[in-house]
Design a protein around this ligand. Structure first.
Ligand SMILES: Nc1nc2c(ncn2[C@@H]2O[C@H](COP(=O)(O)OP(=O)(O)O)[C@@H](O)[C@H]2O)c(=O)[nH]1
Ligand SMILES: [Mg+2]
Length: 264
């Protein structure tokens, strides 16, 4: 199998079974890795109850306690590299990202992009049902990021992404520090600094219908300061060489600390 969809979860019991089912219904075949941070609502138990229905296609990493989206994805990226996947996707559990758009992202990478970003803010992209204050925050964050970093990406906080394996191998994942939106910005910034080809693919982003957003003030603060830090590091601290995975040993030396429940 060449394609892995990583889905981070914290309290997604209303969505998780449906989103897994929707991915496995797609024409293209994908594997799914759920990274659950000890959701008190029993999300992980639901995933494990589906193992017999989807043998060898569905995996879970269970971490203890909420540790943030960024570290969840870093964990998933290392797992994906160790297990030989060629195309690695980020997708939310809450149907904000339409699973059928996975195919679009894949096609764009297949045609030569190193990263395909599901983008709300390019021609053809849209946001549906998000409250005005969330749209303002998101658009403001995009503009702010572009002004400070000069990174030519219209939707830098996007969390619906396909990475070619080579991108994740080239980035020193240990040097990626941020947890929330800043994590999404930093991954794109690192890839851009390493000269990878980033394509934005228009998507329609929908507000979640079930469950609650985990957005909070800390995530916004990290984003505001994080973007400034990225710019600072790239101007004065040789960000590019810090973020480059020179020895390509990041994945090979990775020893998961958390309990891993998975099926082969
Ligand atoms: N594993 C893990 N998943 C998280 C964490 N925070 C959020 N998520 C998941 O990340 C995705 C996006 O979060 P969400 O709350 O929808 O953020 P929003 O779309 O910005 O409001 C969802 O699938 C969440 O369940 C976390 O700390 N750990
Ligand atoms: Mg959401």
């Amino acid at each position: 199998m060449e394609k892995l969809v990583i889905i981070p979860t914290f309290n997604e019991k209303e969505n998780i079974e449906k989103i897994i089912g929707a991915v496995f219904l797609l024409q293209q075949h994908y594997h799914i890795l759920v990274i659950d941070d000890g959701s008190p609502d029993g999300t992980a138990a639901i995933v494990k109850s589906l193992f017999t229905k989807y043998p060898g296609q569905l995996f879970i990493v269970e971490r203890t306690g909420k540790q943030g989206l960024g570290t969840a994805y870093i964990h998933g990226f290392r797992w994906a590299l160790q297990n030989g996947y060629q195309f690695i996707f980020e997708m939310d559990a809450d149907f904000s990202h339409n699973p059928t758009d996975l195919e679009k992202l894949y096609e764009v990478c297949k045609k030569g992009a190193d990263i395909a970003v599901g983008s709300r803010y390019v021609k053809g992209g849209s946001v549906v049902n998000w409250p005005a204050d969330r749209i303002l925050l998101s658009k403001g964050a995009s503009l702010y990021t572009r002004l400070i970093t000069w990174m030519p990406i219209m939707d830098p906080t996007a969390g619906f992404v396909c990475y070619r394996r080579e991108v994740l191998e080239a980035i020193n994942l240990s040097a990626i520090h941020f947890l929330g939106y800043a994590f999404q910005i930093e991954m794109k910034f690192a890839a851009w600094k390493l000269n990878f080809l980033i394509a934005e693919v228009p998507i329609s982003f929908q507000d979640r219908k079930l469950g609650e957003s985990k957005m909070n003030k800390g995530i916004i603060k990290e984003g505001v300061i994080g973007v400034l830090k990225l710019r600072w590091m790239s101007l004065f601290k040789n960000y590019r060489s810090n973020v480059k995975n020179i020895y390509q040993e990041d994945a090979a030396s990775f020893q998961p600390k958390e309990v891993i429940m998975e099926q082969k």
